[in-house]
Ligand binder design. Structure first.
Ligand code: SF4
Length: 189
């Protein structure tokens, strides 16, 4: 933990120094990205949980453009998550529901062995508008950013798309390189 704090402090210090010297934000971004990649790669070797660093790397590498096309894609035929884990069984869904009533609005489609394949939100109107927009859950408010950070892709047809911010730096740490390459393959640039 001390090493992690030290590296994060170092990266933020280096970032602030470089940021003030660089007038072109793109360069600062690339530098910051390299620092994240370096820290991620070192800490990965220590078997640390680095989801937050992965999120930083994604946010520095890609951005999300486009706008909502009212496809309803983010509200029906979806999988729900709780603490990063899919609610893919009836038991998990009922447990999540007992702790958080926001799940109440979702109806599930189950298959064999009480496994849930997808959910539809009951608050989606026939013309794909949210009927409870003011009170929609946080994961609806944060869509599509949270979805992309969590899954590494966006569903097609919703109007949003993933784009590269700059030319790609060298992701020399193999697992990270494979992860970024898988995103490049699944999204069209
Ligand atoms: S609450 Fe609204 S935005 Fe969220 S899934 Fe339901 S219809 Fe979509």
């Amino acid at each position: 933990m001390e090493l992690l704090n030290l590296l994060l402090k170092l990266s933020s210090r280096l970032h602030s120094v470089v940021y003030t010297r660089l007038c072109e934000s793109g360069n600062a971004r690339v530098f910051r990205l390299h620092i994240y990649i370096l820290i991620y790669s070192v800490l990965s070797l220590l078997n640390r949980d680095l989801e937050y660093l992965k999120a930083c790397i994604l946010a520095e590498t890609f951005y999300i453009g486009g706008e909502c096309q009212s496809s309803g894609n983010c509200c029906s035929g979806i999988m729900l998550f709780s603490n990063g884990y899919p609610l893919d069984t009836v038991a998990k869904f009922q447990d999540a529901l007992s702790k958080d009533f926001k799940y109440q609005r979702f109806n599930y489609h189950s298959g064999a062995a009480h496994r849930i394949q997808s959910y539809d939100c009951s608050q989606l109107s026939k013309n794909n508008r949210c009927l409870d927009y003011e009170n929609r859950p946080d994961f609806c408010r944060l869509y599509p950013y949270s979805y992309f950070i969590e899954k590494g892709f966006l569903r097609s047809g919703c109007g949003y798309n993933v784009r590269l911010r700059n030319s790609l730096p060298i992701f020399w740490y193999p697992p990270l390189r494979r992860y970024i390459q898988s995103i490049l393959l699944t999204q069209s640039f």
